[in-house]
Design a protein around this ligand. Structure first.
Ligand code: P6P
Length: 336
C-alpha cells in the first residue's frame, strides 16, 4: 500500500537526504513538475485543437518541428526562467545553450539539459511521448556558466528524470538515492507517488531494438538478436520484441518489467542515434539507480567524456544480465 504523497511533499521530505541542501534543487524539481503538467494538458488534447502538424520550423537536428515540440520547449524554458534556480538550459530544440541571465537567477547554480518532447513524430498517431531532463551543478565560479559547465560526464548529474505522457502521465526521477515514480492525478492536478523505489529486474524477456535496421547492425548485435530468438526455443523463456519508437515509453516499460533497450551504432548512425547529454545520460542515471546497466556497448555511458552538446552515443540499457549478455556478443566482434 503506497502512502499518499504528492511530488512536492516527496521532494521536500527527501531534501533531508542532502544535509547542506538549501532547497534550490527541490525548487528546480518543482519547476520541472509544473511545466510537465502544463505540457501534459496540451499533449492530451493534441488531437482536438490545431496544435498538431509542423510548426513550419526545422530544429537543430534538421527535423520538422511539430507545434507541440515548440510548445513543450517554450514551457520548460519559461518554467526554468521563472523558477530562478537554473542558470543555463541546453535543449534538443536549440543549437546553442540558452543562458538564463536574470535578476531572479543571478545566484542560480544548476544546469538543465532537456529533450522537451522526445518521440514527437508519434504525436499524430497518439503514441506515448516523453520529456527527458538531466541536472548538473555548475563547476565554474562567478561570471556566466561556460560550455564546460554543461559538458560534464553523466556521473556528475545531481538529478535526472523523465515524464511519460501515456495512458497515464508519470514523472520518474532520481537524485542518486534510488528511483521513484509519480502518476498525475488530473482530479487534483498533482503528481502522486505511485511507484516507490523502482528496481529493474536483473533479467527480463523483452528486447527493444529497431529491427528494420538489421542489415545495418554489427555482427555482434545481429548475433544477440538471433540469440534472443533461439533462447525462446532452448529454454522456453518466451523472449519478446517490443519497440514503440518512443524512447521514454520503451525505457519505462523495460524499467518496470525488465528488458533491454538497444540503439547501436549502425551504418547510417555510426555513433548511434540517441543524444548523450539529454537522452542517454539521464536515462542511464535512472537505469543504474534502479539496479540496471547502461553502456555504449563497451563503456558505462555515465563515464563518457562529452565533447559536443548534441553528440550521439550508441546505447544498451536495462536489465543488468541482458546488457552483460549482449556485450559478450559485441566482444566477439573485437576478437575476430
Ligand atoms: P528509430 C524518437 O525520434 C527517438 O529519438 C527516440 O525517442 C526513439 O527511441 C528513437 O528516436 C527511434 O528511432 O530510428 O528507431 O525511428
Amino acid at each position: 500500500m503506497t502512502i499518499f504523497k504528492t511530488l512536492g511533499q516527496f521532494i521536500i521530505e527527501k531534501q533531508a537526504d542532502f544535509p547542506y541542501a538549501k532547497g534550490e534543487l527541490s525548487r528546480l524539481l518543482r519547476d520541472i513538475g509544473i511545466a510537465a503538467k502544463v505540457v501534459n494538458r496540451e499533449v492530451n488534447k493534441a488531437g482536438l485543437v490545431d496544435i498538431l502538424g509542423d510548426a513550419g520550423q526545422v530544429n537543430v537536428q534538421g527535423e520538422g518541428q511539430k507545434k507541440l515540440d515548440v510548445y513543450a520547449d517554450e514551457q520548460f524554458i519559461k518554467a526554468l526562467q521563472n523558477g530562478g534556480e537554473c542558470c543555463v538550459v541546453a535543449s534538443e530544440e536549440h543549437e546553442f545553450p540558452i543562458d538564463i541571465d536574470s535578476e531572479i537567477s543571478k545566484n542560480a547554480k544548476y544546469i538543465v539539459c532537456i529533450d522537451p518532447l522526445d518521440g514527437s513524430s508519434n504525436i499524430d498517431v497518439n503514441v506515448s511521448v516523453g520529456t527527458i531532463f538531466s541536472i548538473y551543478r555548475r563547476d565554474s565560479i562567478g561570471g556566466r556558466p561556460t560550455m564546460g559547465d554543461i559538458l560534464q560526464k553523466g556521473s556528475k548529474q545531481v538529478a535526472a528524470g523523465y515524464v511519460v505522457y501515456g495512458s497515464s502521465t508519470m514523472l520518474v526521477y532520481t537524485t542518486g538515492k534510488g528511483v521513484n515514480g509519480f502518476t498525475l492525478d488530473p482530479s487534483i492536478g498533482e503528481f502522486c507517488l505511485s511507484h516507490p523505489s523502482i528496481k529493474v529486474p536483473a533479467r527480463g524477456t523483452i528486447y527493444s531494438i529497431n529491427e528494420g535496421n538489421y542489415r545495418k547492425f554489427s555482427s555482434g548485435v545481429k548475433k544477440y538478436i538471433k540469440y534472443c530468438e533461439e533462447e525462446d526455443a532452448a529454454t522456453n523463456r518466451p523472449y519478446t520484441s517490443r519497440y514503440i519508437g518512443s524512447l521514454v515509453a520503451d525505457i519505462h516499460r523495460n524499467l518496470l518489467l525488465g528488458g533491454i533497450f538497444i540503439y547501436p551504432a549502425t551504418l547510417t548512425h555510426p555513433n548511434g542515434k540517441l543524444r548523450l547529454m539529454y537522452e542517454c545520460n539521464p536515462i542511464a542515471f535512472i537505469i543504474e539507480q534502479a539496479g540496471g546497466k547502461a553502456t555504449d556497448g563497451r563503456q558505462r555511458i555515465l563515464d563518457m567524456e562529452p565533447t559536443a552538446l548534441h553528440q550521439r552515443s550508441a546505447c544498451f540499457m536495462g536489465s543488468s544480465e541482458m546488457v552483460d549478455k549482449v556485450e559478450q556478443f559485441l566482444r566477439s566482434e573485437d576478437d575476430r
